[in-house]
Structure formats: structure tokens, C-alpha cells
Design a protein around this ligand. Sequence first.
Ligand code: DGY
Length: 319
Amino acid sequence: MKVFVTERLPEEGLRILTASGVCEVTMWDSDSNVTKAELLKGLDGVDGIICLLGDKIDPAVLDAAGPNLKVISTMSVGVDHLDLVEIKKRGIRVGHTPDVLTGATAELAIALLLAAARRIPEGVEMVKRGERGGVLWMCGYGLSDSTVGIVGLGRIGFAIAQRLVPFGVKRLLYSGRTAKPQAAEVNGEFVPLDTLASESDFVVVTCPLTPETRGMCDEAFFSKMKPTAVFVNVSRGAVVNQEDLYEALSGGEIAAAGLDVTTPEPFPTNHPLLSLTNCVVLPHIGSATYSTRGTMAALAAQNLLGGLQGADMPCELAF
Ligand code: DGY
């Protein structure tokens, strides 16, 4: 069976595919992203695809693959880059990589929160320029005794909450569709989104991108936040209205922001948000540790093999 892999797959995944003897693998073996034209060419007649978040799997891509396509295995937990309606219609199975990236993404969220709140990138620049100031120079905001609001207490939100407890956070609020029983473990209080926005010193967005959450963090949301509050997004860029975020940050409506996700990705280097010293932007590296990416690759390979052979997939998406 023919398989196309849209990026250089870590060894842990490649080894599994090669050892299986089940498929012939063509991989986009380059540091630059596969172009749409190359993707369409590579997919011709494949039985399976291993893809990543940046690969939009839309009807044109599915058409290019053709009727042999049995399985799409994405090396991500999120699946908003996949046209699930169309995929389901064509009877194609989907595998993804939840759980294995939860810890790495939670760590990154906390690093980003601290980087934005304690102005770490700005401080690094100050040292390079040899600048120095008075007692309140380069002051920021600390987690101790603070209120943190987590939007979406799923796997990653919960892992962030667990890691925040030892920082001495006073209250942990969360919002979402329903209250979560595991919230008791972190003394989480289920509150409406507006309450979370107005009472939190730190807002961390971890919810999936859905029609309901698209553009959810907009002017109305930021206007409810405290002027001393820090906003962090590790979910998807499209959950945030970036123009409204720019206005909130530049107008002093909120203190700072840390974004691991943006619209689009890669982020244009001339984007207004990059001109702000109180906005820290990362290139979607939540799961980017060597071991996590290796584990994700192995899981993606196992999902693919299960799908190709009509067998169980370790993490098949139910949709
Ligand atoms: C994913 O894999 O969907 C996440 O964005 C990891 O950061």
C-alpha cells in the first residue's frame, strides 16, 4: 500500500512503518513545508496519509488521493485542519495523537505565561542593549496568590492547572461546556466565561477550535479583563480576534499576552502584534520536545498501520 508523509517523520515513526512491511512510504524530505502542488502530486493514489497541523486536508486533497485512501493519521491532537464532514462522507478513518503531548504542551503554556508576565524576552533585549532602570523597572506580574482562569479544562487545561498549583495560585477558575469532575483535584471553580474574564489575573485558553469558540476572545472579552491581567493562548489562533487583541494590548486594556498559536501560521513578520513589547509570540511549539515528537510519530505510524489493515487504531478519532 502507498503512503505519503507530508514532513520528515522522526525515526521512531519511520522505523515502525519500515518494519511493518505493509506499506511503501514517500516522505516530503525537506525542512520547508510541502507546497499544495507537491502535496497533491504526492498523494496520487495513496492508501494512507501521515500529516501535521499545517496540512489542510480538504476535498481537493482527498480528490487527489482518490478512492484508495483509507486512513488519515495526523501527528496532532487537534483535528481542525481536517474537513471531517467530507472525510466521513468518504468513509476514511482518522487517527490523532492525544495524551502523549499533554505534558509538553502544558509545560510550554506555563513557560509562555511566565515569559509574558515577567517580560522575559524584553529583559533579554535590555541586557543586550546594556539598559538599566530603577526599582520598578521591568516589573511584571507573579503567580503567587493570583487567580488563574483556564478556558476549557480538557486534558491540556487540566495538566496546566496541576502544574500551576505549586506556584501558590489562590483561585483556579475554569469555563467550558460542562463542569468537570476532575476539577476537584485542583480546586477548580466552574464559572461562566464572563466571570472568568473579569476575575482572573491570568487567562489561559486551551479549548479546541469549534464554530462556538472561533473568535471567542474578542473586544467584548478583553474589555472584561483586568488591566493587569495576562492572556495566554495555546489552543488555536482563530479562537482569538487578533485585531481586538492588538487594541487591548496597545491600549492598556490588558497587561500582556503570550501566544503559541496565531492566524495564520507561520505568522507574517510584519504583523502589528509583533511590534508590541507586551506580546510574546511563539511558532506553535507546544508539543516540541524531542521525546514528545518521537512518541507522536510512533503513535501516528501505529494509527496509520491499523487503518491501512482494517484493524484497531490505538487512537482513532470518533466522529
Ligand atoms: C496539537 O497537536 O493539536 C497541539 O496544537 C499541540 O500543541
